[in-house]
Write a protein that binds this ligand. Structure first.
Ligand code: BGC
Length: 377
């Protein structure tokens, strides 16, 4: 009898241990009210993985409000720019942390032809259409559902962009699934279906700064882009159609290079962009998920790898930040305070027959994935 009690105790002890272990491998999720937009409730979801990395995501604009990553000493700090409060995101014009849609990047003069019909979109960036228009996917409230698995947790966001919204044809059903994994990755899966042919080019718009909590600008951070070519632009940042080699230009990031090393060189393309604001043509983009770029901060030791299925990467070096925005941690965002690394199809694709097509047709599913993975070196 005594032995039976001891044995039972032992079994219960083992059971408790294994439950504890399971708890440890679960991503923690907390939800708090973030405010109201468009008469709908907006929440802020915090995901914490077992290493202590956190991703805070809101269903307003599908925005990543904060994302932490470890430095070489294991200290987790925020590696994105943005705001504390929802009101600031509602008034924001910089697209901090959001999902950009229906079309990320520019469409020349806000016009394109599709199946013999001309479509007219808002021109919200000089003469051109930018990032989906006046009220893009960054300014709408998405439906949100928490998703969880053994070593990941995240948010499934859905949004129906109605036929005619911002001038685009077709009802577009969009799903974006953000997941934080125990491998210190933020994974983003995009899906969309339509009932009329329409251009679709969704992307994520975090302003990355690996110094941690926005300690300094990104000029010393080293960028690698697996691209031998890029798409030069005109003075309004619309691609000329040329696919130009990067070799011998400040656009060559085929070896990791400090962003500030050549940013002030005399170069017409850099003048047009006021720095880097261009699309790189990723090598060997065959639609599979591949390591195509990385950003490294020698001071903190933080390394971010970017895996994508997309053929292009827009790198914007925060050229239009002029100190007028004070963001999280009371930091004033001045020029070159961030690297926005947007995986996408090429800008102005609807008007460029030689660029990979962005037209989604009824019966097809738009499906693409991008992963931002955090390591130290
Ligand atoms: C564009 C920039 C633009 C910025 C707005 C970037 O994706 O390339 O030209 O100013 O978004 O936040």
């Amino acid at each position: 009898m005594k032995w039976a009690v001891v044995l039972l105790g032992f079994v219960l002890f083992l059971g408790a241990c294994s439950t504890k272990k399971e708890e440890k491998t679960e991503i923690k999720v907390t939800v708090r009210k973030y405010g109201m937009a468009d008469g709908k409730e907006v929440n802020l979801y915090t995901f914490t993985n077992t290493n202590g990395m956190t991703a805070k995501i809101t269903n307003y604009g599908a925005i990543v409000q904060s994302l932490t990553a470890p430095d070489k000493n294991g200290k987790y700090e925020d590696v994105t720019l943005g705001y504390d409060k929802l009101e600031d995101y509602i008034n924001d014009k910089s697209y901090f942390g959001c999902i950009v849609g229906r079309f990320g990047n520019r469409i020349a003069k806000g016009k394109f032809m599709l199946d013999g019909k001309e479509y007219t979109l808002a021109t919200n960036n000089g003469p051109n259409h930018l990032h989906g228009g006046i009220k893009g996917f960054n300014k709408v409230v998405w439906d949100a559902e928490i998703v969880k698995g053994k070593d990941f947790g995240g948010l499934k966001l859905t949004y129906l962009s109605k036929d005619g919204e911002e001038g685009y044809p077709g009802n577009l059903n969009c799903t974006v699934i953000y997941t934080l994994t125990d491998q210190n990755e933020l994974r983003i899966e995009y899906k969309a279906t339509t009932d009329k042919p329409t251009p679709v080019n969704l992307t994520h718009h975090s302003y990355f700064n690996l110094s941690g909590n926005g300690k300094q600008n990104i000029l010393n951070q080293e960028l690698w882009i697996n691209a031998d070519y890029y798409t030069p632009v005109d003075e309004t940042l619309i691609p000329t159609g040329e696919i130009a080699p990067v070799k011998g230009t400040p656009f060559d990031f085929t070896k990791p290079t400090a962003i500030g090393a050549r940013i002030n060189e005399k170069n017409t393309q850099l003048e047009y962009g006021h720095g880097y604001d261009h699309n790189w043509v990723l090598n060997d983009a065959d639609g599979s998920l591949k390591l195509q770029a990385s950003l490294y901060d020698p001071a903190s030791g933080r390394l971010m790898e970017i895996y994508t299925q997309e053929p292009g990467l827009q790198f914007y070096s925060g050229n239009f930040l002029d100190g007028s925005i004070t963001g999280k941690y009371g930091v004033k965002y001045t020029r070159n305070y961030c690297a926005v690394l947007e995986t996408q199809h090429f800008p102005d694709s609807p008007n460029q027959p030689d660029f990979p097509s962005v037209i989604l047709k009824p019966g097809q599913t738009y499906h693409t994935e991008t992963v931002y993975k955090f390591l130290t070196k």
